[in-house]
Design a protein. Structure first.
Length: 422
């Protein structure tokens, strides 16, 4: 394949990070192994990016830094302030991207971050073939699970739903949908929303992946086999890892752990958030104060150690476009218990973990508990699922595999635009 000239819009882009910044950085870096890539990102990412490139240069990767004027950043506080700033950054970056295209003449322009379908993208206004995503956000909390959440969490869900509906009516978002030659959706739910907005070519592509360094590191953390292939442990350690928000379903994991009543088992909870006090009270009320351990927020290196120490990851999130922790656990050869919903449902299969249908809270708790019991009492099954999970990540969830799919879409986008011009 000939090296294309690609212009990437990546508001969030920072080496050594997960989530949105990790998506921006890793996709840009891997794209440069196939194409000549220019990335427009925020100016506050410059120090980390330039430091990393000085340490490990990437041929074919160029960065352009842009931010709104300093006086206009006073409201960028908290999650809602960030979303407003992001919206304005996208609109004001249109001129920057157009000038770059006029100067360098790109074959493709690609929106990478934020990974959100209901916000506008400056990349849609450049005039070159436009690839959108992967973008997510089309997932919902199952209606029957809303009642299990705190009032605050239910209010957050309602605000998110209203913001998304407003975003779908935004003429700038609709223009992006109309202009996109190819759009990648992180989940089938988001694909449905994109098609409703008018995108003609929508493909499923999760935004999460791991690089070679992460695969090596997590592989070293995997299950250690005995010579007879049997893995033995006297205790069983379950792990929940992520922000303590109502939508993460940690309250269901705690209730299921109590219901499972497994001798010698411990549930470690890594992360912090507005639901922590409620979750600690729940664990105490269920008589689990000594068996449910709240570790708080940890640096990534320590969080990965917690994955190493665990036997099973329990991740019953209600809606999640991605699911980094499920991928990291699978790469570390750990089986995963999750709901059959959103991003984790695309990563986890019956060969790598146990998925529970997102029904009512009582049913979810019962089936999560049954999954915990099954894995707690069958070390060979844990080993088998963990080994298959590692293999699945190596085959399907690397940045290299993801960029190969994206590069194929680039050619399709160029071809589609050429056909329209003719």
């Amino acid at each position: 394949m000939n090296r294309l000239r690609v212009l990437v819009s990546a508001y969030a882009c920072e080496p050594g990070k997960g989530s949105e910044p990790g998506v921006g950085w890793n996709l840009a870096r891997e794209l440069a192994s196939h194409h000549e890539v220019w990335v427009l990102t925020r100016a506050n990412n410059q120090h980390a990016i330039e430091h990393e490139l000085a340490r490990k240069p990437v041929q074919g990767l160029h960065f352009v830094y842009y931010d709104l004027p300093r006086w206009s950043r006073f409201w960028k506080r908290g999650s809602r302030g960030v979303q407003l700033y992001y919206y304005l950054w996208q609109l004001s970056a249109i001129g920057v991207l157009r000038r770059l295209h006029a100067e360098l003449g790109f074959d493709i322009v690609h929106h990478v971050t934020f990974v959100k379908y209901w916000a506008p993208s400056a990349a849609a206004f450049v005039g070159a073939p436009f690839v959108w995503g992967p973008v997510g956000g089309g997932e919902n909390t199952p209606v029957r699970l809303l009642g299990s959440m705190s009032l605050r969490s239910r209010c957050d869900e309602e605000l998110r739903t209203r913001a998304r509906r407003l975003g779908e009516r935004d003429p700038f978002v609709r223009f992006a949908a109309k202009t996109a030659s190819v759009a990648f959706a992180t989940t089938p739910e988001t694909a449905y929303r994109l098609k409703a907005l008018g995108v003609q070519d929508v493909r499923i592509l999760p935004q999460v992946a791991l690089g070679c360094d992460d695969l090596t590191l997590l592989g070293e953390m995997g299950v250690v086999e005995r010579t007879d292939g049997v893995v033995e442990r006297t205790d069983i350690a379950f792990l929940c890892l992520g922000r303590l928000l109502g939508l993460k379903g940690t309250h269901l994991a705690i209730r299921a752990f109590a219901h499972a009543n497994i001798d010698g088992a411990v549930l470690r909870i890594v992360g912090d958030g507005p639901e922590r006090a409620r979750l600690e009270k729940l664990a105490s009320g269920l008589g689990l104060a000594n068996r449910v351990v709240f570790r708080g927020t940890l640096p990534r290196a320590e969080a990965l150690i917690e994955i190493k120490k665990a036997d099973v990851l329990v991740h019953p999130t209600f809606h999640d476009s991605g699911g980094w922790v499920t991928l990291e656990a699978m790469a570390a050869s750990k089986p995963v218990i999750c709901l059959d919903s959103g991003g984790p449902a695309l990563q986890v299969t019956s060969s790598t973990g146990i998925k529970v249908a997102p029904g009512d809270p009582s049913q979810c708790v019962t089936e999560l508990a049954q999954a915990m019991q099954k894995l707690a009492h069958d070390a060979n099954l844990r080993h088998q699922l963990g080994k298959a999970g590692r293999s699945r990540v190596e085959r399907l969830f690397t940045w290299r595999a993801k960029v190969e799919q994206i590069s194929a879409a680039y050619l399709d986008a160029i071809s589609a635009c050429t056909t329209i011009v003719k």
